[in-house]
Design a protein around this ligand. Structure first.
Ligand SMILES: Nc1ncnc2c1ncn2[C@@H]1O[C@H](COP(=O)(O)OP(=O)(O)OP(=O)(O)O)[C@@H](O)[C@H]1O
Ligand SMILES: Nc1nc2c(c(=O)[nH]1)N=C(CO)CN2
Length: 172
């Protein structure tokens, strides 16, 4: 692809066949014209954050090259969430699959429909641990703050023990 932007996605699942659904989600993302998945982090088993009365999650982070603009990319990720049976019932509640756009190159977006970098990623160990596995030395453009390294954000977290590496993640 030419004119591509390096994008990082955060994926999570805590209903049904979690690993199988994540594999399908990655395959569907890679099948979109304009998205080329390059690498995946390991698969992590993670304790639920926010709404805690729910099953443990599987989380991972993907690195991809993308030629779609951010809004069109969000439409694709939401279409895949729908296709895999995602419903929106409880905020931060159980889901077959969640696909967040964490980083889109160095670009920042700040609308309700799309906020990049993802507004809650800096406080989420289930995002930072797998992201740091891929690109610990990458800088994140943070609104109203100096740019910061992913490994620094991770070292600022009080706890990461709710995020446990399960195994390598094979999706091809
Ligand atoms: N970077 C982003 N990636 C994905 N969705 C985003 C992003 N920024 C804003 N949104 C918006 O957030 C809305 C809610 O998304 P969703 O239902 O997946 O939230 P959630 O997964 O429950 O919570 P959280 O946003 O804290 O992860 C989406 O409809 C989307 O328009
Ligand atoms: N462990 C974990 N907890 C969560 C997750 C998630 O992916 N993993 N997603 C949420 C909403 O996006 C809320 N809480």
């Amino acid at each position: 692809m030419t004119g591509e932007t390096r994008v990082f996605f955060g994926l999570g699942s805590n209903m049904g066949d979690k690993e199988g659904t994540l594999q399908e989600a990655v395959r569907l993302l890679d099948a979109v014209s304009g998205i080329q998945v390059l690498r995946s982090s390991s698969l992590y088993e993670t304790d639920p954050v926010g709404y805690v009365e729910q099953d443990v999650f599987y989380n991972l982070v993907l690195e991809a090259d993308v030629i779609l603009p951010p809004q069109a990319l969000l439409e694709e990720t939401q279409r895949i969430e729908q296709q895999l049976g995602r419903t929106r019932d409880i905020r931060w509640g159980p889901r077959t699959v969640d696909i967040d756009i964490l980083l889109y190159g160095e670009q920042q977006e700040d609308t309700e429909a799309l906020c990049i970098p993802h507004p809650r990623m800096a406080e989420r160990a289930f995002v930072l641990v797998p992201l740091a596995e891929l690109v610990p030395h990458q800088v994140i453009p943070m609104p109203a703050r100096v740019n910061v390294l992913i490994e620094e954000l991770l070292s600022n977290l009080e706890h990461t023990d709710g995020v446990r590496r399960s195994k390598s993640f094979c999706w091809k």
